[in-house]
Design a protein around this ligand. Structure first.
Ligand code: FES
Ligand SMILES: [Fe+2]
Length: 453
């Protein structure tokens, strides 16, 4: 058989069968491609997206690539942040060489003066020109929040207020913005957040303990839709404890993770997230992960986090960047970065063999696909809407003392514990925010009594 005759959906089914393997088929373009006019690109443009850290916007305009678009982000002399198409509307000189003015930028080449909203204020090389009455330079609105610059890349008329999540304002918490560059498609990074079994292998059994030994216990898993995305319900047995973690995806490209340094050794209840992050596409094959790390004594009682290691290009846990460790070490002790980036620049879904451990990944793709198609058909799938006061989210960790008992099926008990606590997590989002933690504690304590009965 000639190579040309190998079907794209061929599988290797015999020993030493590498010759039989399919040619690499195309990736899942409906979900992976983010440029203007693509289905996913348009859907992503209906949510506020992070541009960069506010601290990275200095005096000179900075070139940024956002969902395949070439832009410059800058501060006016009044310190307002603007986001303009990179190439000047006159003859295309890059505005990275422009001079900031009070209201926008002055192009270096012929002095066109462009306001942050795109209005062309002056064309000094032809002062009498009426071009500025007919033309605006492409501009996007920005919003700076807690050290991150966000932009609205969708149609101006559809711009919602900037949404505030309950996790943004946790008591006695230090919030530190960070950004990390992954040279691969955005979707595989998001999928990693909905794949808790990798914690058991990549972060514990294969690479050695990167967080806590309890992470090496294979969890019982469930995946549930929420009004704003999906959660994974991740239930572990650790000695006499049952640990229920819910980690979440917020549509279309956000994740909140549980307490990073939790060991499962001690009882806790309704601990909230240790980070909020966006997998913000640079283009189809590169991604900037931008978000906040949260530091407080509740989620990190042993003080293992290090806020000095959080910022542009760095974060305080292993395996998140290319340059943090030598290649030989990254080979021996790989982390998320190595596993995710090595799935190819764009992971090829048609070559995968998903199993029950990948139900979260499958659900995530299904929800994204439904939303992209609904959006393309003219519906408006739920996105975060800033007109509500504060958006409740679903990330938490709870650890109870519920010892295993002879004669009782412990795995079934874990599944029951996860199912019942997840129901509380979902319901609790409808409770008044001020009462949520207390009522959750009461419900979780009742549940622990019942599991111990
Ligand atoms: S190219 Fe910008 S003013 Fe001419
Ligand atoms: Fe991970």
């Amino acid at each position: 058989m000639s190579r040309a005759g190998i079907a794209a959906n061929a599988r290797v089914t015999r020993r030493f069968g590498a010759y039989d393997r399919p040619l690499v088929p195309d990736d899942d373009r409906e979900l992976t491609r983010v440029g203007r006019g693509t289905p996913m690109g348009e859907y992503l443009r209906r949510s506020w997206q992070p541009v960069c850290l506010a601290a990275e916007v200095g005096e000179a305009p900075t070139v940024v690539r956002l969902l395949g678009e070439e832009l410059v982000v800058f501060r006016t002399r009044r310190q307002e942040v603007g986001l303009l198409a990179r190439h000047c509307s006159h003859r295309g000189a890059s505005l990275e060489y422009a001079l900031p003015s009070d209201q926008g930028l002055i192009c270096c080449y012929h002095g066109w003066h462009i306001r942050s909203d795109g209005v062309i204020l002056e064309t000094p090389n032809d002062p009498a020109s009426t071009v500025r009455e007919r033309l605006c330079h492409p501009a996007y609105p920005t919003h700076v929040y807690a050290g991150i610059v966000f932009a609205w890349l969708g149609p101006p008329a559809e711009k919602p207020s900037f949404p505030i999540l309950d996790s943004y304002d946790q008591a006695a918490t230090q919030t530190v913005p960070f950004s990390l560059r992954f040279p691969c498609n955005w979707l595989q990074i998001l999928e990693n957040c909905q794949d808790p079994t990798h914690s058991c292998f990549l972060h514990t059994r294969v690479s050695g303990v990167q967080f806590a030994p309890s992470w090496g216990e294979l969890p019982e898993l469930d995946y549930i839709r929420t009004p704003i995305g999906t959660i994974n319900v991740n239930v572990r047995r650790w000695r006499d404890k049952i640990w229920v973690r819910t980690g979440e995806i917020i549509m279309p490209n956000m994740n909140q993770a549980g307490a990073l340094w939790l060991t499962g050794e001690d009882e806790v209840c309704f601990l909230r997230t240790s980070l909020t992050r966006w997998m913000r596409p640079i283009d189809d094959t590169a991604t900037e992960v931008v978000g906040w790390r949260y530091f407080n004594d509740r989620i990190d009682p042993d003080g293992r986090g290090d806020r000095s290691q959080v910022g542009p290009g760095k974060i305080d846990f292993i395996g998140q960047t290319e340059d943090e460790r030598p290649y030989a070490e990254r080979q021996r002790v790989p982390g998320d970065f190595e596993a995710i980036v090595s799935q190819r620049p764009i992971a090829v879904h048609a070559l995968e063999n998903l199993n029950a451990g990948d139900r979260g990944v499958a659900l995530l793709r299904q929800v994204l696909r439904e939303n992209v198609r609904a959006f393309a058909a003219g519906d408006r799938p739920a996105t975060l809407d800033g007109s509500r006061t504060v958006v409740p989210t679903y990330t938490q960790d709870t650890v109870w003392t519920v010892p295993p008992r002879p004669g009782r099926n412990d795995r079934a008990l874990l599944r029951e514990a996860g199912r019942r606590l997840a129901a509380v997590v979902l319901e609790s989002a409808t409770w008044p925010a001020a009462e949520r933690a207390l009522r959750f504690r009461l419900a979780a304590a009742r549940l622990a009594d019942e599991l111990n009965a």
